[in-house]
Design a protein around this ligand. Structure first.
Ligand code: KIV
Length: 260
């Protein structure tokens, strides 16, 4: 899969499948299950390192995990998260993005909208494919109470739509929408030509992403409503990954109950 293939999936109305992975073994299973995208997410700070937020993840750690995942992937597009404070200005952004690309990523992901215009322009101007991330932005979360649905009020919704249109005009390839009402995600997905990948953003996004440990039933405690444990009806991990791919492609995931 190449960045340009994603827009064709959207044009054909075929939903895009994405999971996070942080190591070669799981990434290989996902690649063998024909997953479209694998995200080396900075969620690794929480699910691998046991931290309370994604903010402590460093560039060397992202490079380490990106290398491991990229080595295992033959067909899936590998996207690497730019960690907190690694994209503060264009020069720093380019230096760090190039390190992630050298580690094997084909695209980098960063959080934010208009406030990131300069760094997005620098990346795209240098030929680096970009995935942006709007709605709930985990790198902005300081306390547990900040994990809440975004864009419920008119001004929040308007900002998300405006940011999405701006990011599209800058040449961003893909847009992750996290924890926003389904109706708003549909509006954004209908208004832009680039694919949206939702997590807690309803069925009308052009694709879906979940954190692998959540959908494999590993994460303990109270999980957000958008998480489905795909191991519940699957005899093995590959079967659970295939069940996720099937459910996204046939649009039976997410259900209304798994959305806002
Ligand atoms: O880091 C991550 O896992 C993410 C997903 C939640 C989209 O950004």
């Amino acid at each position: 899969m190449k960045p340009a293939d994603l827009i064709q999936l959207k044009q054909r109305g075929e939903k895009i499948t994405c999971l996070t992975a942080y190591d070669a073994s799981l990434a290989k299973l996902m690649d063998d299950c024909d997953l479209d995208l694998i995200l080396v997410g900075d969620s690794l700070g929480m699910v691998v390192q046991g931290e309370k937020s994604t903010r402590t993840v460093s560039m060397p750690e992202m490079i380490y995990h990106t290398k491991a995942v990229a080595k295992a992937c033959d067909q899936a597009l590998v996207v690497a998260d730019m960690p907190y404070q690694s994209y503060e200005d264009p020069l720093m952004t380019l230096e760090n993005a190039k390190l992630l690309i050298a580690a094997g990523a084909q695209m980098v992901k960063l959080e934010g909208g208009a406030e990131r215009q300069e760094v997005v322009e620098a990346l795209i101007g240098s030929g680096i494919a970009v995935c942006a991330h709007l709605g709930l932005q985990p790198q902005k979360v300081k306390a547990a109470g900040d994990y809440k649905v975004q864009g419920r009020d008119q001004s929040g919704a308007k900002r998300i739509v405006e940011d999405a249109l701006l990011l599209e005009s800058l040449g961003v390839d893909v847009l992750v929408l996290e924890c926003i009402p389904s109706s708003l995600a549909k509006l954004v997905s209908d208004q832009i030509s680039i694919p949206t990948i939702g997590i807690g953003a309803g069925k009308d996004c052009d694709g879906q992403v979940l954190v692998c440990y959540d959908m494999l039933g590993i994460t303990q405690g109270k999980l957000p409503r958008f998480v489905r444990d795909f191991t519940a009806d699957s005899p093995s991990i590959p079967a659970a990954i295939k069940a996720f791919v099937g459910a996204v492609k046939n649009q039976s995931f997410p259900s209304e109950k798994e959305s806002y």
